[in-house]
Design a protein around this ligand. Structure first.
Ligand code: PSV
Ligand code: MN
Ligand code: MN
Length: 399
């Protein structure tokens, strides 16, 4: 394998979300999976299994307070003993009673203060865990026209983001995630990338946009948003998942393999750009998965997502950039398109087996996982946890 390709593939990283390892469901039903992780310690054990098999997923994102613990230094140590580190910290300002009308955009100042205080507590957790990214998603919005003043809500959002930005430690950043709708059905305060981007511009250099693949209207060209934000130096990260209808949070690359490839193709192009800002931005993107599994075995589903990202990236690295540029300059529409589809259609699995061989990893991670009997072992040890809705159990069951 060519040395550049090898080193790019070796350097690839995908962060997995703690919440993808626990039981989660829809509003209709949460099915209890045997052996599903019951707390953050077990979630880290599962993430370590994904890392052991893939070698490219050492980061784990936390959701607070779902993953709240008394001692974050202990959590950090527990992670590092398993070859992991703590990734993005995701504050949760959507599950408390007080947030019925919003969190940082709530009409009542006391509620806004409560939400902002939680965001600031999460900045402290970043310090204690060594996390670089504060990942911000707000369920804030309204259900009916006239329910609240839209401009006032925008200003409240701006004020909160500014305060949090001011508290960020050096070298860290806030990733501002937008979403078209849900749970708000009339207006969501951070409804698209443009809204997120203008808040980021206004609050400061440490604010960048987070693109979740499930958060757009049907047919939106996400790779173009990626290209635009890269060029502006404001693309901070991704929440990878797949969807057919809305925010389905399915295994990455299952419904949208070509979209995933095109996104990676933009990122590879950005990472090799002659423009300094674009290159630095592309090289610092946080690649995170945001998935929740209703009927899938959790660890295998996560493994599959990580591997699908690896395949999409490998294919994107194969795009012949010189040929593409020549075809584009000639205005040869279909030749240019074919350069992309040639790479997309390449079977990269032999290449990735070679990579795994060189790195001493199992050549077929899914098979290795199935043969390891990990699922049976955790099912025996952890049992089957019923109830609990989408919210993980917070007690620490072992250390
Ligand atoms: C909201 O739909 C979201 O994408 C945010 O990133 C949350 O943190 C996550 O899902 C919760 O599962
Ligand atoms: Mn998300
Ligand atoms: Mn989502």
């Amino acid at each position: 394998m060519n040395a550049d390709l090898l080193s790019a593939l070796q350097a690839q990283r995908i962060e997995t979300p703690s919440w993808g390892y626990g039981n989660s469901g829809t509003r209709f039903k949460t099915f209890a999976a045997p052996g599903a992780a019951r707390d953050i310690w077990e979630k880290l054990d599962d993430a370590a299994e994904v890392q052991r098999l893939t070698g490219i997923a050492p980061g784990v994102a936390l959701h607070i307070p779902w993953d709240e613990v008394e001692d974050y230094a202990e959590l950090k140590k527990y992670a590092s003993e398993r070859g992991l580190h703590i990734g993005a910290i995701n504050p949760n300002v959507f599950q408390d009673e007080e947030y019925r009308l919003g969190s940082v955009t709530h009409p009542d100042e006391d509620v806004r203060e409560q939400a902002t205080a939680h965001l600031l507590d999460c900045v402290e957790i970043m310090r204690q865990t060594g996390s670089r990214d504060l990942s911000l998603w707000f369920a804030d919005g309204t259900n009916y026209a006239g329910q609240d003043d839209l401009r006032a809500r925008k200003r409240r959002m701006r004020a909160a983001l500014k305060r949090v930005h001011g508290a960020l430690p050096d070298g860290s950043r806030m990733l501002v995630e937008y979403k078209l709708f849900e749970p708000a059905f009339y207006a969501t305060d951070l409804f698209d990338w443009g809204a997120a981007y203008s808040h980021c511009l206004a609050v400061g250099e440490k604010a960048q946009v987070l693109v979740d693949l499930g958060h757009h209207a049907q047919g939106v060209n996400i790779e173009q948003i990626v290209a635009f934000l890269l060029d502006e130096g404001r693309l901070g990260g991704f929440h990878f998942n797949a969807r057919r209808y809305a925010d389905d949070d399915l295994i990455v690359g299952t419904t949208n393999p070509f979209e995933l490839f095109c996104i990676y193709a933009e990122l590879v192009s950005g990472a090799n750009s002659a423009d300094d800002l674009t290159r630095r931005t592309a090289q610092n993107v946080a690649y995170m998965i945001d998935q929740s599994h209703n009927i899938e075995p959790k660890v295998e589903a996560m493994l599959q997502s990580v591997l699908n990202c690896q395949e999409a990236y490998a294919a994107a690295l194969l795009v012949d950039r010189d040929l593409l540029r020549e075809a584009q300059e000639r205005g040869d529409v279909l030749a240019a398109h074919r350069v992309l589809t040639e790479a997309f259609k390449t079977d990269v699995r032999p290449l990735l087996r070679e990579l795994r061989g060189e790195l001493g990893l199992p050549l077929d991670p899914i098979r290795a996982h199935r043969e390891s009997a990990y699922e049976e072992k955790v099912a025996r040890e952890r049992g089957t946890q019923t109830g609990g809705g989408g919210y993980p159990v917070r007690e620490k069951v072992r250390s």
